[in-house]
Design a protein. Structure first.
Length: 187
């Protein structure tokens, strides 16, 4: 009798495991079918001579991955090297490709995420990009905003202005350091 009970419990367990597997499979869907956001990642490294491209791309991508975790996944990547942040996006090869992709109604992503404002934008560049993104129904996600940027939100506009000022200041600081190194003894 005890053997029969064990066998019945074993059969129940087997039945339960097989049912839970099939239920799990039927619930699995691609992230975009679940309403999760599909992201295009944009990153940039200014000089290949003085910055290591792969490590710079990796840390920017890691920040972006952390930001979108639980909200969606990165499905496309655009990364410029040897291009100044001062250049408009249309003059950076990968950023220009991203702009073209944004305008394509079959683009395959819903939002753009960057790993750091100062890698992607200079000054108020982002303010001229936001209407283009909005027109095409594409969100911009920034780690400094902890997610999507809402241009109608006064706090977000203030944040973008502050980040723009910081990016300009960083360029001036880097230029000053580079000049100081190239002309030793002059300060």
């Amino acid at each position: 009798m005890a053997d029969l009970a064990v066998r019945s419990e074993s059969d129940l367990l087997t039945l339960w495991v097989s049912q839970s597997r099939s239920v799990g499979r039927s619930r699995r869907r691609r992230p975009d079918e679940l309403g999760l956001v599909r992201f295009a990642f944009y990153g940039r490294v200014s000089t290949a001579d003085f910055q290591e491209r792969d490590s710079s791309r990796r840390w920017q991508r890691d920040v972006a991955d952390d930001l979108v975790d639980g909200h969606g996944r990165i499905v496309a990547e655009f990364f410029d090297a040897d291009r100044s942040r001062r250049l408009p996006w249309r003059d950076r090869p990968q950023a220009a490709l991203l702009l073209a992709a944004i305008a394509d109604p079959d683009r395959g992503f819903d939002a753009v995420v960057v790993g750091e404002y100062e890698r992607a934008f200079y000054g108020d560049q982002v303010l001229s990009l936001l209407p283009f993104l909005q027109h095409h129904g594409v969100q911009l996600w920034l780690p400094e905003a902890y997610g999507p940027v809402d241009p109608a939100e006064p706090a977000h506009r203030a944040l973008l202005m502050l980040l723009g000022a910081q990016s300009k200041r960083e360029v001036l600081r880097a230029r000053s350091r580079a000049l100081a190194v190239s002309t030793p003894g002059e300060n």
